[in-house]
Design a binder for this molecule. Structure first.
Ligand code: MN
Length: 321
């Protein structure tokens, strides 16, 4: 599978498989140097960005998240990912589709534009790995995934915030209420969904299984993985990772940071332990580079996304993707 393309593999590599040789600090950016294209033919997983930050309740800036995560992925494209020890792209065809276009100045058109973006990709049969943008983007993504994979889906939600605060306005753009709407819409089943790392209050968690941050710290990573698997079982699950699940010490570059969160090491080990789950869609959201320090937040996001791809690679090799 190895070819000898040196530089700009994103636009020069002849196959969706295999890797190119790159100077990490140069060249056309795509996520992990995957082929940058709108041609969905043959893709197993489609990476795209949704550069929206109009739904934030505090600091905006996540519109620059997709670009930052791509830039932070360059080192990951150089070596076999740790601790996997394989090149996921020998077996898994991943493309970078670029970013969803929407008219930021006509807010009522944004949600339908994201739904249509996702429908187009999902119709090809590929799985999506999407970069926010603020967390509102997961709501239209869930609408499209529930259409494709059936509802209710399970939600596996890593976050400092539950995002189930009440909001009965159908047109609101709010990154703290979209899972309230998703439960009310029947897109997700709260009894078969898990929220990990929560450390903000809500009077009503809507029946979600909340593994809050103190619970994770007290019980450990292995117990967290076991609890996630017992809650979700083999139900199709959408995996959403708000980078503010990580403690601000590990992910300062985000709009609504909360102390007391998970470490990068805890989060990576949990994600790497999810291979048994039937993950039908994935996103990493809320990276806001203007508050970041030395790109640590974007680098953490890129690593989490890389591990998600490695989970997909293993399922493809096992014939269960
Ligand atoms: Mn959050």
């Amino acid at each position: 599978m190895t070819d000898l393309i040196t530089g700009d593999g994103a636009i020069r590599r002849p196959s969706l498989y295999g890797s190119s040789i790159e100077n990490t600090y140069a060249g056309v950016l795509s996520f992990m140097r995957r082929t940058y294209t709108r041609d969905l033919t043959g893709a197993d997983v489609v990476v795209s960005g949704i550069p929206l930050d109009l739904a934030t309740t505090f600091r905006s800036g996540a519109r620059l998240g997709p670009q930052a995560i791509r830039a932070a992925s360059v080192q990951l494209a150089e070596l076999k990912p740790f601790p996997w020890g394989f090149d996921p792209f020998d077996d898994l065809a991943v493309i970078d589709y670029g970013d969803c276009w929407f008219d930021a100045h006509n807010p009522l058109t944004i949600k339908p534009a994201i739904v249509e973006h996702a429908r187009t990709i999902l119709a090809s049969g590929a799985r999506m790995l999407t970069f926010g943008g603020d967390h509102f983007v997961t709501y239209p993504l869930l609408i499209a995934h529930a259409e494709k994979y059936g509802k209710p889906l399970s939600l596996l939600h890593f976050d400092a915030h539950c995002d189930t605060w009440p909001d009965d306005s159908p047109d609101s753009l709010n990154h703290g209420t979209m899972f309230y709407k998703a439960v009310k819409d029947g897109l997700i089943d709260p009894a078969r969904s898990a929220q990990v790392g929560i450390r903000t209050w809500n009077d009503d968690f809507m029946g979600m299984n909340v593994l809050d941050a103190p619970w994770v710290h007290d019980n450990g990573v292995d117990a967290t993985i076991a609890r996630i698997k017992s809650v979700i079982g083999d139900n199709p699950v959408y995996l959403t990772f708000d980078i503010d699940c990580l403690d601000p010490a590990f992910a300062p570059g985000t709009g609504t940071p909360v102390p007391g969160g998970l470490s990068s090491a805890q989060a990576l080990k949990i994600v790497r332990g999810l291979g048994d789950l039937n993950i039908v869609g994935m996103d990493v959201v809320e990276v806001a580079p203007s508050y970041d320090q030395s790109e640590v937040t974007a680098i953490a996001a890129a690593h989490l996304a890389c591990d998600m791809l490695c989970l997909m690679r293993n399922r493809k090799v096992a014939g269960t993707l």
